[in-house]
Ligand binder design. Structure first.
Ligand code: R7I
Ligand code: MG
Ligand code: MG
Length: 345
């Protein structure tokens, strides 16, 4: 279990650092991905050469807050987001969330959930910024109900649109299930996520948001059904994945996609090197989709890392990425916190 915890956070950081190379690219040939990954073997480049972005910066804030407070504390988490942004504003934050982070820095702010609610005409952001940092909730809380509740609250500090926070819950639940070994039965794994999301998307706010944004009635369930269909197909092209699931900055266009990357790479795939293990394949495949590659690889890396464990991650990859040691240390501390909670789900 400890290996899975470490794999989850280190996998997320690797996805962010390695995926940054192609963020926003429309067409990423697999050759270029493999070339980029091959260069990680080059010892002469120095340690931590690939820097992490907002995805890891905010994920560290979540983990630090949960560890320091030993519970979810919205004020503490909001303060950490604000001071991290102030310290390193150049980590590639989404253009909308910057306004929230600036407001969260104000000592006069009474309600830390208020700035997020003011975003995008009052509906809040549907970006994937809540989901990209959601993994630590699955490591801090043993019970599914807690993972659900606190990943939602944690995301709502910046993403108050249901599409934004439901994406974060989906990501946290995917890591939660993966930690428990649920990827051993891929079709059960996806069915459990669909039934979880069905409950959440039946809530009134989610129904209203879906309608206002012209989406299907249960948007995440619809995408996860498509994930299921793609899993059953004999061959799936990159274009199929992009057109059916998306590769964009909205949580709806990236969380189900990340989940698909993990499921698809549970078996060897054509074009990916034979010597690659499952986690390496997952990250390579996420990059080949283009679009929001750092975030899709970060989310897929967390789910895959929780499945394969830290031993599956090559040392050369770990050495190439900034922040891996810190993520590993946070994962070990979260494991201690997790094991103090008793009982089964
Ligand atoms: O979601 P967020 O934190 O961005 C995360 C992404 C990741 O890819 C990171 O790696 C980083 O690159 O940014 O930041 P937000 O600003 O809340 O949302 C991201 C973008 O989604 C916004 O800048 C908008 O372009 C878009 N967006 C919306 N557009 C219209 N209407 C989010 N919500 C809306 C909306 O309601
Ligand atoms: Mg980023
Ligand atoms: Mg991104």
């Amino acid at each position: 279990m400890l290996s899975r915890f470490r794999g989850a956070l280190v996998g997320a950081v690797l996805g962010d650092c390695i995926g940054g190379e192609f963020e926003g690219a429309v067409d990423v040939p697999l050759d270029r991905v493999l070339q980029h990954l091959g260069a990680l073997e080059d010892d002469t480049r120095g340690d931590g050469i690939l820097q992490y972005s907002d995805d890891t910066a905010m994920m560290r804030c979540v983990a630090d807050s949960l560890l320091t407070r030993a519970e979810f504390d919205e004020l503490d988490m909001a303060r950490r987001f604000a001071s991290e942004y102030k310290l390193a504003p150049g980590r590639g934050y989404g253009s909308g969330v910057i306004q929230v982070l600036r407001k969260l820095a104000s000592p006069h702010l009474k309600d830390v959930f208020q700035p997020a609610k003011a975003q995008f005409g009052g509906r809040g952001s549907f970006g994937n910024g809540g989901a990209m940092r959601a993994a630590p909730f699955a490591l801090a809380f043993r019970h599914t109900a807690d993972v659900r509740e606190f990943s939602r609250l944690g995301a709502t500090l910046t993403h108050s649109c249901s599409l934004g926070y439901n994406g974060a819950i989906l990501q946290a639940l995917a890591v939660h299930l993966s930690l428990q070994g649920a990827l051993a039965l891929p079709s059960n794994f996806i069915d459990r996520l669909i039934s979880e999301m069905e409950q959440l998307e039946k809530e009134e706010t989610a129904q209203l948001d879906a309608k206002a944004l012209n989406l299907s009635e249960l948007p995440y369930c619809t995408r996860l059904q498509r994930v299921k269909e793609l899993m059953e197909r004999n061959s799936v092209s990159i274009e199929d994945v992009i057109s059916e699931l998306g590769n964009g900055i909205a949580a709806l266009q990236s969380v189900p996609t990340a989940i698909f990357c993990v499921l698809h790479c549970l078996e060897p795939r054509e074009g990916l090197p034979e010597q690659f293990g499952g986690l390496e394949m997952t990250i390579a495949y996420s990059l080949a989709l283009g679009g929001d590659t750092d975030t899709i690889a970060c989310m897929a890396g967390a789910i895959a890392g929780a499945h394969y464990g830290i031993e599956s991650i090559p040392q050369s990859w770990q050495k190439s990425c900034e922040g891996v040691e810190e993520a590993d240390a946070l994962a070990k501390r979260l494991y201690s916190l997790y094991t103090t909670q008793c009982g089964e789900d």
